[in-house]
Design a protein around this ligand. Structure first.
Ligand SMILES: NC(=O)c1ccc[n+]([C@@H]2O[C@H](COP(=O)([O-])OP(=O)(O)OC[C@H]3O[C@@H](n4cnc5c(N)ncnc54)[C@H](OP(=O)(O)O)[C@@H]3O)[C@@H](O)[C@H]2O)c1
Length: 183
């Protein structure tokens, strides 16, 4: 069975987590808040979802939890990661746990904010050759001359589009005109 890890999968990526399960994929979800996790588990076939309660900036515990879900549910085939920028070592730590367990390729969908510099981030990723790297950048929406941020549903759908269509770079909404972005 395909195994996905969704970091931040209880928040704006909740619909992405649910979509993965509805496609028969086993989903391990990282979050801290019990109520948010429970509401996600209640919305789906919970036998296909493994909740991982961990603060992802606690690297030792994060690595232990990832090893444990791999042991339980098999090697991880795809990672969807929305990680706040203060947690600088989180993504590389996840990669270092996942990669040695895989013989073939695996996919990383990196969800990034509007101000992220995509090529710089990609250059600094130092991924193993087995990793296929995709970037999903969150923009904003212009409607009737006004701008607004993306809804959680639009964000999740943007990530789903990236997964379905293997988009190396996917801008959800728009980044132009930059001066019109919501603040
Ligand atoms: N350009 C854009 O349109 C754009 C860009 C970025 C954000 N936004 C908006 O900003 C809103 C707020 O952003 P947000 O980051 O709070 O989104 P969120 O997806 O609602 O929440 C963050 C997710 O990451 C988890 N998380 C956060 N810190 C964690 C930690 N240290 N350890 C483990 N899990 C952690 C949270 O779980 P727990 O709650 O359990 O910790 C939750 O699942 C979003 O709803 C979105 O609409 C818009």
């Amino acid at each position: 069975m395909v195994h996905a890890l969704v970091v931040g999968g209880t928040g704006m990526l909740a619909n992405t987590s649910l979509w993965l399960v509805s496609n028969g994929i086993h989903v391990s979800v990282i979050g801290r808040n019990k109520a948010r996790m429970e509401s996600l588990l209640n919305a789906t076939d919970s036998s296909l979802m493994t909740p991982i309660f961990v603060d992802y900036s606690d690297i030792a515990l994060l690595k232990k939890e990832i090893r444990s879900t791999i042991e339980q549910n098999g090697p991880i085939d795809l990672v969807i990661a929305w990680i706040h920028s203060y947690a600088e070592r989180t993504l590389e730590s996840i990669v270092s746990e996942i990669s040695p367990c895989r013989n073939g390729t695996w996919k990383l969908f990196h969800v990034l904010g509007s101000s992220a510099k995509l090529s710089e981030i990609k250059e600094n990723m130092h991924l193993p050759n087995t990793a296929q790297y995709y970037q999903v950048q969150l923009g904003f929406i212009i409607e009737n001359g006004h701008s607004r941020w993306l809804t959680n549903e639009e964000i999740s759908q943007g990530v789903i589009d990236s997964i379905q269509h293997h988009r190396l770079i996917n801008i959800v909404g728009t980044l132009q005109p930059w001066e019109k972005r919501s603040s």
